[in-house]
Ligand binder design. Structure first.
Ligand SMILES: Cc1cc2nc3c(=O)[nH]c(=O)nc-3n(C[C@H](O)[C@H](O)[C@H](O)COP(=O)(O)OP(=O)(O)OC[C@H]3O[C@@H](n4cnc5c(N)ncnc54)[C@H](O)[C@@H]3O)c2cc1C
Length: 64
């Protein structure tokens, strides 16, 4: 178990991985700073194809 008050989580990149990690850490009470280099986030491709293990986590985080 991570000691919530003594840790600061820093994440580089606000793609699905960074955003999911940020939500997961925040859910556990850890302070998160998320940095994104792009001035604007844009969708690429026709949509994200996600495996069941990924959708299970997103559902648990309430963002599926
Ligand atoms: C043109 C294109 C089309 C695609 N089409 C599909 C599709 O149809 N279906 C599908 O399932 N997948 C598709 N993909 C793949 C899909 O986009 C990726 O698998 C998925 O977005 C990866 O998520 P990620 O969070 O790991 O990385 P990314 O979405 O790449 O996010 C990483 C983020 O980190 C930021 N970053 C990088 N370095 C730094 C730094 N040093 N500091 C701050 N921020 C930083 C980047 O700007 C970016 O926003 C496509 C990809 C591309 C490029």
């Amino acid at each position: 178990m991570i000691e919530a008050r003594s840790r600061q989580v820093v994440i580089a990149g606000a793609g699905i991985a960074g955003l999911t990690a940020a939500l997961a850490f925040a859910e556990r009470g850890l302070p998160v700073k998320l940095f994104e280099q792009a001035k604007q986030l844009q969708a690429a491709g026709s949509g994200l194809q996600l495996a069941p293990n990924a959708t299970r986590i997103l559902r648990r985080l309430g963002v599926l």
